[in-house]
Design a binder for this molecule. Structure first.
Ligand code: TRH
Length: 391
């Protein structure tokens, strides 16, 4: 009989930025906390990890953080007993001795390659495809997150939407959040915007539009790649957390990079969120507020198809003016030009986009990635058991 999965190894190779470890850390916690698995998270860059989870000690080979065993994934990989469920994140290459150890098990692990998120149609037909190892008795399966029931769904903690609603419906909780970032809660007339972005030549145009707005705009910028440009707009060559700037109706406040769990509160507290990459984009969707997505740019330009696929899917239920306004602003932000011109139309349809955003989050919540992944690994286990019994 195939053993019931209770150990899981997740392998994370940090390529760039925070998305790889952001997704792996979220998945690791969810499998441990909500499904009772013993999770070992192998990470090759503890420095990036520590930005999301400050209690990570970058000097340690082995440590326990919030119920997850965190292991440095260094050059010489130790001889360890492989887990029953092995998740290779984003096609990172597993250590050869670990692969050999998997193959040597009486019941080889369920080996899953967790892929990047995309709204493109081909994802459905590639989800769960097997890839037999050319030499060893092992099969790797491709697991695709996505937006339709035929994909692996999205990462969502069991209580996230309830916590979001509790936060958004409680002025005292919101006030506590605003005080934690060093300010009083802004009045209802202020448009609150979080800004998490890669370098973007269109930032000046967006700031111009906000500074000319007929209502106050507060922009919160966690420290990161866009910050030098934000500082430059205000003539500051050394912007850093704690600084505040003003021009016209626009007030900008630089925040420290907050730990991952608190980033959700920032998204919930704002009226509009500017996000990037993969994980913050998903979190903005759970926030149920209008957002602007900057896709991770790729050299071969394949990101344009990916952007358009999501835009089409996301804006499909909107009326034509709202859909055009949303598409116009996202395209301008990603093309890095014309953002100031696209902003007024977007903000003019904010109410409709917000209603849509709430509905969208409720719908997507029905397709939970961690649950799907565990169901799939059990399904493979059952299939193998049937095959063995039939021999
Ligand atoms: O950091 P990213 O640009 O990561 C990217 C993408 O994931 C992309 O798909 C991938 O190919 C590339 O890396 C290599 O954006 P992302 O995915 O939003 O990840 C950011 C993480 O940082 C996310 O988990 C949220 C978290 N975060 C915080 O914890 N605190 C903060 O203050 C902020 C701004 C973000």
């Amino acid at each position: 009989m195939q053993k019931i999965t209770n150990h899981c190894d997740i392998f994370c190779n940090v390529i760039d930025n925070y998305g790889d470890i952001g997704v792996c850390w979220r998945l690791a916690r969810q499998l441990a906390h909500e499904h009772g698995l013993a999770v070992r998270l192998w990470v090759d860059d503890l420095g990036s990890f520590a930005r999301l989870c400050p209690e990570v000690d970058v000097a340690l080979e082995v440590q326990h953080c919030r119920g997850v065993e965190v292991r440095r994934w260094g050059h010489d990989f130790p001889a360890v007993q492989p887990a029953e469920l092995v998740i290779e994140a984003f096609a990172c290459k597993l250590p050869q001795n670990y692969i050999e150890a998997m193959a040597a098990q009486q019941h080889p692990p369920v080996w899953i390659n967790l892929e990047y998120l995309s709204a493109e149609e081909w994802v459905e037909s590639h989800h769960k495809l097997p890839s037999p190892h050319p030499r060893l008795p092992l099969t790797k399966y491709f697991f695709f997150p996505g937006f339709t029931p035929k994909t692996g769904g999205l990462l969502l903690e069991r209580d996230l939407l309830a916590r979001r609603d509790a936060f958004q419906g409680d002025a005292a909780r919101q006030q506590a959040f605003w005080r934690s970032i060093g300010m009083e809660m802004p009045g209802a007339e202020t448009l609150k915007i979080s800004l998490f972005a890669y370098e973007n030549a269109a930032l000046g145009g967006l700031f111009d539009a906000w500074s000319e707005s007929d209502r106050p705009v507060l922009c919160l910028v966690p420290e990161g790649r866009i910050l030098p440009q934000a500082g430059q707009y205000f003539g500051d060559a050394a912007p850093c957390a704690g600084k505040v700037y003003s021009r016209g109706s626009l007030h900008v406040r630089v925040l420290p990079f907050v730990e991952q769990e608190r980033y959700d509160e920032l998204l919930w507290a704002c009226d509009v969120n500017v996000v990037r990459g993969e994980d913050s984009c998903v979190r903005a969707q759970w926030a149920g507020r209008p957002f602007i997505w900057q896709i991770y740019p790729q050299h071969d330009a394949v990101h344009w198809d990916k952007l358009q696929a999501f835009l089409n899917r996301y804006s499909a239920p909107l009326g034509l003016p709202a859909s055009a306004a949303l598409q116009g602003l996202w395209q301008a932000w990603n093309q890095e030009s014309g953002v100031g011109q696209a902003w007024p139309a977007f903000i003019g349809v904010r109410g409709e986009i917000e209603r849509h955003a709430q509905h969208w989050a409720r719908q997507l919540a029905e397709n939970n990635l961690a649950l799907n992944l565990l169901d799939f690994s059990r399904e493979i286990g059952r299939m193998r058991a049937i095959k063995i019994e039939g021999q």
